[in-house]
Ligand binder design. Sequence first.
Ligand code: SF4
Length: 348
Amino acid sequence: MISRRNSKPVHIGGVTVGGDAPIVVQSMTKTDTRDVRATVRQIKELEECGCELVRLAVPDDEAAQALARIKQGVSLPIIADIHFDHRLALQSLEAGVDGLRLNPGNIADPEKIKQVAMAAKERHVPIRIGVNAGSMPKTADPNLGLADNMVNAALKEIGLLESVDFDLIKVSLKAFDVPATIEAYRSLAEKIPYPLHIGITEAGPPRTGIIRSAVGIGALLWLGIGDTIRVSLTAHPGEEVIAGYEILKSLNLRQHGPVLVSCPTCGRTEVDVVRLVGEVEEQLVKIDKPLKVAVMGCVVNGPGEARDADVGIACGKGKGVLFKKGEKVGVVDEKDLLSVLMREVEKL
Ligand code: SF4
């Protein structure tokens, strides 16, 4: 049983992060923010995947100016990702963004950070202090490890925001190194009341990046740490959202669409279960109900798992036994397994 750390909630647009709110799944657009049409399109794609918050890179004035038009075209809360130039944060606030992300590693002047915090306070816009191992402040202590330096960078920035009475804060401490990331979050979680955005940065392409992210994010969630997550992948951002929900579903922290149970297959399998499961997985993407679907290769574990699912199939020689809500409801030829299974799923 996971006992979540208490945190002081913040509201980003209509989405609450922290407190008792469900753990929020977020992602980041990969379009050129200056291209309003493409960015709006991608935000809508993300929304269809279940993304709840979206961050946009704001590298220059033109991107900051595009934010107001992007905001008009979408309903998801948008967060401006700011590096180097605090003026872009001020412009983004004027454009009506719902949140800001500042990197303590590349806006060093405390007065500029305070200026942004005061402008955000006027508009009740939260700021994420996003520490990243790849862009640590120059003041990082070479005698300390990465985790301690990330925590110190966050605490220093938190102190700056609090000095102007700003407390709409969330924090992230991301590194590629999973143990360092976990160590940093564990340490910071005990020191501050603010919600934490968790993730493993630059985790890589989907095949390896999802595993690295699941290990890091999963370990933190198991410790009760984490109020919002992003899986960073070198892929379409929709993949990040799907992976994020799968991590949360694995720990029973969120329900989102179906769960697919399938066996690995072995020498007992007498139906092409690998192909069948691939097709079922593709079709389940369109279903948004939290159903449990099972596709099993034989009678060893098949009937047990299939019976336990909302809809399940336990395959045999050239056919499969269909189960619905724990009851055996028929025997289906191999060629009809996909269509019959999906028909039953859709009926539910
Ligand atoms: Fe093998 Fe049957 Fe187990 Fe699938 S359910 S892995 S086919 S023993």
